[in-house]
Structures are given as C-alpha cells and as structure tokens.
Design a protein. Structure first.
Length: 229
C-alpha cells in the first residue's frame, strides 16, 4: 500500500509556497466562474494525517467540509490503494451522504521530481440541473414515429414573390396570355393569402400583371362584391 506518513512525503513531495498560492488563486477563480454550487478544494499531501489534508476550500457548503478535513473516499482510496502513480480523474459522478449528485474532477499536483504533492478537486453540485433536465426532457419529448419537419426561413420579399408565382400557376398560363378574368382570379388568390399585407406589394403586383393600381384594387373590390349576399 502507498505509505502517506510524513516521513515519506516531506521535502520534495510537499507543496511549495508558490504552488499553494497558485492553487488557491485557481480555486477562487473556478468558484467565481461556476458559482456557489461549485466546491474547489486544495489538498496538501505533506500533512501528517491524510484525513486532514485540506489547506484551502471554496464553497465548502457543497460537501460540508472545511480546512483541516480530508479528501473524499474516492481520492483517499486511490491514494491508499497501492497506486504509486495515480492519474487524474475528470468529470466523474459521485453522491454525497446528503444525496447531492456531484460532477467531480481530481487533479494530482506533482513536484518537479514527479512525486504527488497535492490535489486540486472540483465538485460541481448538479442535482438541480439534473432535475431541470428531466423536466425539460418531458416538455420537448416527441413521439418516436414523428419525423422532423424542415422549415425554410424566407424574407418578406421572397414570400411575396412565391405568392405571385403560385397565383400564376393557379391560372395555368403566363401573364402575357391572361385575360381580365384570369387576372381577377390571380389577384383574388393573392388577396386571400395576405399578399397585400406586405408593404408596397400593390406596386409590385400591379406591375407584374401589367395593370394600374386603380385596376388592381377594382379587381379586389369585384371579389368583395361577389361575396355580398
């Protein structure tokens, strides 16, 4: 088993003043970035008892720990499990005794000689996020046999051009061959489908069908007269 007694971790294996100051600075930055649900812990493994290795902690309320307490069971087991070269563990899940679900990362700090001298632990409480994910998932879930429908995003000008093309296709002949009744039919189609709600659409439609704006609106009025009882 890995011996964590002071005699084996003194000197080169201890966090130096610069390392400790840097880790404290990083811990404060991470806690500020991710907020009060993010606990960041610095462990100094030169402590006489590994059960009291915490020398700095941000947002200790997440796990209820404080300076002078020890690492989590996951970290402690790895340190005491005979692994002379423990590897970083990133983005793993664990659960506190109080039921909080944490997304955690454990980074081993090494001396220039490669000996493990400290640990930086990040524990993000994602309990509320998991509940939100479940709630949102229920809202956005669809039936498995429903296919996603594609949606074309067009501007107003494209929309008006499309409606004009549809009106010509409805009549079944080019504008040059249309008589008055054909044009009335096409313009009535445009009126029913909201073409005249587009700003300055009257000018464009009148020009397309080769008629004046007065004639254009008279064709619309003809439709309204036909609809009267």
């Amino acid at each position: 088993m890995m011996d964590l007694k002071t005699s084996d971790r003194e000197g080169d294996n201890a966090l130096d003043t610069h390392q400790l100051a840097t880790l404290q600075q990083i811990a404060a930055a991470l806690a500020a970035q991710f907020g009060p649900s993010c606990e960041v812990v610095v462990h100094d493994l030169s402590a006489e008892d590994p059960a009291h290795s915490i020398v700095h902690i941000e947002n200790g309320h997440v796990t209820g720990r404080k300076v002078g307490d020890g690492p989590s069971n996951v970290v402690l087991e790895q340190l005491l499990g005979g692994d002379a070269d423990p590897q970083d563990s990133l983005a793993y899940l664990c659960r506190t005794e109080g039921g909080k679900v944490l997304k955690s990362s454990t980074v081993y700090i090494r001396s220039p000689e490669g000996a493990v001298s400290g640990i930086l632990s990040i524990n993000l409480d994602i309990s509320a996020l998991l509940m939100a994910e479940q709630a949102i998932g229920g809202l956005i879930r669809t039936e498995p046999d429903k296919k996603e429908q594609s949606v074309a995003v067009v501007n107003v000008s494209d929309l008006l051009d499309g409606l004009i093309e549809q009106s010509v296709a409805l009549v079944g002949k080019p504008v040059a061959l249309m008589n008055k009744d054909d044009k009335v039919r096409a313009i009535q189609f445009l009126s029913r489908h909201g073409a005249f709600l587009v700003t300055k659409s009257g000018d464009k439609i009148a020009k397309h069908f080769g008629i004046s704006k007065y004639t254009l609106y008279s064709y619309i009025d003809m439709k309204q007269e036909e609809n009267k009882p």
